[in-house]
Design a protein around this ligand. Structure first.
Ligand code: SF4
Length: 244
């Protein structure tokens, strides 16, 4: 039998520590494939902070650093400035990047730091039990809003890809999903562009990936794929919002 596709070299082969149906594994594979294709494993540095994103530590065979909750882009800024030849990326969820770390996110983007952001948006704080996040959809039930998010009390979902695209410091900003094979291929292209924004243009690149958290959504993995189409994409449209 001919092997069509194998495990990316910089994926260690350790089992993913994610729940069944979680999209983090797909996103990490795309990151690993991109690192292999660009030949940057020796100079890549991953920065995680707090959340389910941090469970990837045993999966990627590259240098990595752990920041405090929400401080991923502050840590990434320091590493990149101290070591300009490195390729630095953060791997963050929405509770981390868009709630606790929103100030770090906005200011790193506004400064145009030459780093890449892989932003996994599953609309809740996944690691700590599915509390409401800045990206929670209106009407969506969470452990902290069992009646569903109401804009009169908690405002509206924040569209990070569009928000950052409005800043002059941002070279590339896109939103993708990974709930079908065609979308996975599109997501792969976006991840590559976000890395090239840093490497070729010395700019700030971000890819927001709409992602399922079946455990906290209380959906089966297959139902969660449909939820991305039916609920998430109408609120968070896919597309490229900035490309300089
Ligand atoms: S809690 Fe949600 S985001 Fe975290 S690993 Fe499980 S499915 Fe994935």
């Amino acid at each position: 039998m001919r092997l069509v596709k194998g495990r990316p070299r910089c994926l260690t082969g350790a089992g993913f520590l994610y729940c069944p149906g979680c999209h983090h594994g797909i996103v990490l594979r795309l990151v690993a494939e991109t690192i292999d294709e660009l030949g940057i494993a020796a100079k890549a540095v991953m920065v995680t902070s707090i959340g389910c994103s941090v469970r990837c530590w045993t999966n990627l065979d590259i240098d990595a650093c752990q920041g405090a909750h929400g401080r991923g882009l502050a840590v990434a800024t320091g590493i990149k400035r101290a070591s300009p030849g490195s390729v630095v990326f953060t791997y963050q969820g929405d509770g981390d990047l868009a709630a606790i770390g929103m100030a770090e996110t906005l200011h790193a983007a506004a400064r145009g730091e030459a780093v890449t952001v892989i932003f996994v948006n599953n609309a809740v704080f996944g690691a700590t039990g599915g509390q409401m996040a800045p990206t929670t959809l209106l009407g969506m039930k969470t452990s902290t809003y069992p009646e569903g998010r109401d804009a009169r009390h908690t405002g509206y979902p924040i569209r990070v890809a569009e928000l950052l695209a409005s800043l002059e410091g941002v070279t590339y900003s896109a939103r993708v999903a990974v709930n079908s094979p065609a979308r996975v291929r599109e997501a792969s292209r976006a991840v590559r562009k976000a890395f090239l924004a840093q490497m070729d243009k010395e700019g700030f690149g971000i890819v927001e990936v709409l992602s399922a958290c079946p455990v906290n959504l209380k959906l089966s993995p297959v139902e969660a794929l449909k939820w991305i189409d039916d609920a998430m994409i109408p609120c968070f449209p896919l597309g490229v919002f900035q490309e300089r």
